[in-house]
Design a protein around this ligand. Structure first.
Ligand SMILES: *[C@@H]1O[C@H](CO)[C@@H](O)[C@H](O)[C@H]1NC(C)=O
Length: 323
């Protein structure tokens, strides 16, 4: 009995990530594209973190959350992309069993963390727009810290349940995962143990970490939009809207693609489409978020000039005035 069990568990020590197909001409192209995406993602997010930390004008809740979001995004790009890049580069697509579980669990924690952080950010916008007089007394540094800490702790805790259940699954082959990273559904499908319990837990966690934050975010925006519509002047409307438009864009891209990926029926014709949409939320969200937040944001532009000037990289008379 012991031998059989042991045999089952050791029969698979690695998975094969099929990635984006076999076409030998496509692989170098994908390698170059994803490498550029990775470099840009890391640089822009780290730059944003640096700005938020270095410039005291950005020590407001909105930018503290944004700094944490950027930190998170450097993490989660680094969980997916380096492995994908080495696989594309070497043409070897294997990932060890432990590596696969580690990738899934880290990625899972990051996604949960992101949903809660986006919810906290929308609550911050709700207070700023709908309750401006109470804003300073509710959203102080301690509340900010508590929200961020709660997001980190709950997502790590929630994911440790799944990992605990996952390491107990046995895999007896096949070991091919038709995806470019170890996501929950493909791994769970390859298991030859009973997966009822883990599916139930995964479902509950999806509700806790996706449905609830999404609901909180939507509720905040319903109030925000109602308040904005009541502002009499057009410039007032635009001004209020401009403080939350970046965040709203990020929320729409993130949830839009997640909903598409997990709602699409899982059959072979749609699997390719599914992979493409997964690229959106795993690879492109971290890439575009810092851009969305910084391109049209005057505060970030000013901070960039101030920090650049302090580091003696570039200085103009205008920058001196900004201090
Ligand atoms: C993340 O949030 C914590 C808690 O509020 C804050 O102290 C820290 O500065 C934030 N990190 C960044 C990079 O903004």
């Amino acid at each position: 009995m012991w031998d059989i069990e042991k045999g089952n568990q050791t029969s698979i020590t690695e998975f094969i990530l099929l990635g984006f197909g076999n076409d030998p001409e496509l692989q170098p192209l994908l390698f170059v594209i994803f490498l550029m995406i990775y470099i840009t993602t890391m640089t822009s997010n780290l730059l944003l973190v640096l700005l938020v930390v270095a410039d005291h004008h950005l020590h407001t809740p909105m930018y503290i959350f944004l700094g944490n979001l950027s930190c998170l995004e450097t993490c989660y790009s680094s969980i997916i992309l380096p492995k994908m890049l080495t696989n594309l580069f070497r043409g070897d697509r294997s990932i060890s069993f432990t590596g696969c579980i580690a990738q899934f669990s880290l990625f899972g924690s990051c996604i949960c963390m992101e949903t809660y952080l986006l919810a906290a950010m929308s609550y911050d916008r709700y207070l700023a727009i709908c309750k401006p007089l109470l804003y300073a007394s509710i959203m102080h540094a301690k509340a900010c810290f508590q929200l961020v800490a709660a997001a980190w702790i709950t997502s790590l805790l929630g994911n440790s349940f799944i990992i605990f259940l996952m390491v107990q699954l046995s895999f007896c082959g096949p070991n091919k995962i038709d995806h470019y990273f170890c996501d929950f559904r493909p791994i769970e499908k390859l298991s030859c143990s009973d997966t009822t319990l883990i599916e139930l837990v995964a479902f509950l966690l999806t509700i806790i970490f996706t449905a609830i934050p999404l609901l909180l975010t939507l509720t905040s925006y319903v109030f925000i939009i109602a308040t904005i519509l009541k502002i009499p002047s057009t410039t007032g409307k635009q001004k209020a809207f401009s403080t939350c438009s970046s965040h709203l864009t990020v929320v729409c891209i993130f949830y839009g693609t997640i909903i598409i990926v997990y709602m699409l029926p899982d059959n072979s014709t749609l699997r390719h489409l599914n992979k493409v949409f997964s690229v959106f939320y795993t690879v492109l969200t971290p890439l575009v978020n810092p851009l969305i937040y910084s391109l049209r944001n005057k505060e970030v532009h000013k901070a960039l000039r101030r920090v650049g000037c302090n580091l003696k990289l570039f200085c103009t008379k205008q920058t001196e005035l900004l201090k």
